[in-house]
Write a protein that binds this ligand. Structure first.
Ligand code: HEM
Length: 320
């Protein structure tokens, strides 16, 4: 009896481990431990230097990983430049004249090609650079699962349909994240990435001039740099502390100081939708940090290419 009980327990735990491995697509935190032991330190040094030069770069690198993972999975498709046969994701509406940080990734790749030829994928560089950016700006650290391979295609149409504009309502985001295997909690906590970085006037103008659930002095202060006509590329911080990874994004939302319509959708103030969760993260920064780290690991595991799928690119901006 005791024996059969423990075999069953072992069988169950083996199954649980197998399912967990399948869920993360056979990724592993020690993937480069013997093939390129300097990979992680090389990426960390480069990210730290880039963020020291310009804190916003940490935000930009974090966003690159998100925009990569939401289109065809985390396969570095976002890094492929246009060529004669395809129009890449960089030209898609949410990305064009907005995504940045490509040169930091490219310089990391050049360094890694010199030390570990054709070993470290561009998709993994994006995932590690995102984590290191969060840490450099004062956020939580977490082990990054590695072993993604690089995709050989890119899909501008998919980028336009999978990355929604900031005028979108909560329900559509919940559906979109569910399509990637992410929960409404993941949606709220990952959008908490807007604790760092900035947005262009064109992305929040309609909120400034057309919405009533915005803090009045906050809106007035933004209207000066984001007029009703012109100034499309003028920048404003996504929360009150744009160079610090903290939980001010959530306390700002409760005060009606969400910059994007999509951000304020997370807190409508009537107890509906995800209001309660925003209150939890506003009250508990440690909980935000822990949940953010776990959600980043889940986002980083969206449909990775592994094993013999895809390739290890030599240059992140083109297929081999
Ligand atoms: C839920 C839906 C989301 C929408 C609609 C959205 C939309 C936007 C928009 C419109 C901007 C400003 C772009 C510009 O004006 O050039 C932005 C910036 C940013 N987003 Fe999101 N975002 C979302 C979720 C996320 C997630 C999940 C992450 C990361 C995990 C993220 C990370 C960032 C960061 C860090 C910035 C600032 C980038 C910089 O300063 O260069 N966003 N987002």
């Amino acid at each position: 009896m005791g024996y059969s009980y423990s075999s069953a327990a072992v069988a169950v735990s083996v199954l649980v481990v197998a399912l967990a491995a399948a869920a993360s697509g056979q990724l592993s935190t020690t993937f480069y431990a013997s093939s390129c032991p300097t990979a992680l330190s090389t990426i960390r040094s480069a990210v730290n230097a880039a963020v020291a030069r310009e804190p916003r770069m940490g935000a930009s690198l974090l966003r690159l990983h998100f925009h990569d993972c939401f289109v065809q999975g985390c396969d570095a498709s976002i890094l492929l430049a246009d060529n004669a046969t395809f129009r890449g994701e960089q030209g898609a509406f949410p990305n064009v004249n907005s995504l940045r940080g490509f040169e930091v990734i490219s310089s990391i790749k050049t360094q890694l090609e010199a030390s570990c030829r054709q070993t470290v994928s561009c998709a993994d560089i994006l995932a590690v650079a995102a984590r290191d950016s969060v840490v450099a700006l004062g956020g939580p650290s977490y082990p990054v699962e590695l072993g993604r391979r690089d995709g050989m295609t890119t899909n501008q149409t998919m980028a336009n349909t999978n990355l929604h504009p900031p005028t979108t309502d909560l329900g559509n985001f919940v559906t979109s994240f569910a399509g990637k295997g992410l929960s409404p909690t993941d949606l709220v906590v990952l959008t908490g990435a807007h604790t760092v970085g900035v947005a262009q006037c064109t992305n929040f103008r309609s909120r400034l001039y057309g919405e009533s659930n915005i803090n009045a002095p906050f809106a007035a202060s933004l209207r000066a740099s984001c007029p009703q006509a012109g100034g499309d590329t003028n920048l404003a911080p996504l929360d009150s502390t744009p160079n610090a990874f903290d939980n001010a994004f959530f306390t700002d939302l409760i005060a009606g100081r969400g910059l994007l319509h999509s951000d304020q959708e997370l807190y409508r103030g009537d107890g509906s939708g995800t209001d309660a969760l925003v209150r939890v993260y506003a009250a508990n920064p440690a909980r935000f940090n822990a949940d953010f780290a776990a959600a980043m690991v889940r986002m980083g595991a969206i449909r990775p290419l592994t094993g013999t799928q895809g390739e290890i690119r030599l240059n992140c901006s083109r297929v081999n």
